[in-house]
Design a protein. Sequence first.
Length: 326
Amino acid sequence: MKNLQEDIKTGNFKNVYLLFGEEAYLKIQYKEKLIHALNPDDDTMNFSKYEGKGIEVREMIDLCETMPFFAEHRIVLVENSGFFKNKCDELADYMKELPDYLRIIFVEEEVDRRNRMYKAVKSCGRIVEFAKQDEKTLMRWAAGILAKEGRKIRPGDMELFLTKTGTDMGNIRMELEKLITYTMGKDVVTAEDIEEICTTRTENKIFDMVRAVTEKNQRKALDLYNDLLTLREPPMRILFLLSKQFRQMCLAKKMSVEGASQNEIATRLGVPSFAVRNLLTCARAYKIEELEKAEEDFIDAEEAVKTGRLQDVLSVELLIVKYSMK
């Protein structure tokens, strides 16, 4: 990202850019910054966009070969093409002989680093991966946005905020806007403000249900399950997320027993380190063998629903009852 920022700042652009990765918010932000830097006057005559898997490569190359009209660059934006996952030899060969006036920006969700297109862009342009940001970076970023609006927040309350929002920067930004508006006239954002105004993701509601299950609070667990059903969450999605939580609890407990640090477990699971604390707390209610058996039960329940032996709502309810039994 630093190299891309430098290109934008100095105006020394590469012929071709590939922006990819899981962090959609950053990817979109830098795509727009790059396009604006290359096309500050929003010139539509020399800007073209292609999107999706059905792009006609020959037609696109013909357009790239067309000189810009009274402009320094011809800019071609290509999004979610699949060129970096599937074979596209004609375009990969074209990357070797790009005209000086041409600037191509590829924006992709997934890439294969062994792909010819990936290697071609790497040799003649710039590749920028936008990975999920770690929790410290997210906390600093969110705190910085709040600070610009004159708000302070305690680290513990920031953890609560990220627990509700997850690590998606787009969602965090949206929830911050709500929080800033809600706390107008206040200097400090509190846990009460966060609980009042921020939307809790389904995954978090599932975790609250799991926590109730591990605490053997059967009534609360079933009430939370019914709340999710009222919100029209499909029982099979609830089962999938429930299974995921127990799988993470099992792996976290195994790694902890083997002496792994909280950060190591977080990296392996792809979750913030404060989420690992919650997982390990819940996992204390079970032996590793019980957690492994739960994983098998979840698979069996899904199969029972798919084969018509069990009704979907009941399948999840039976699992909640079984694993919340004192």
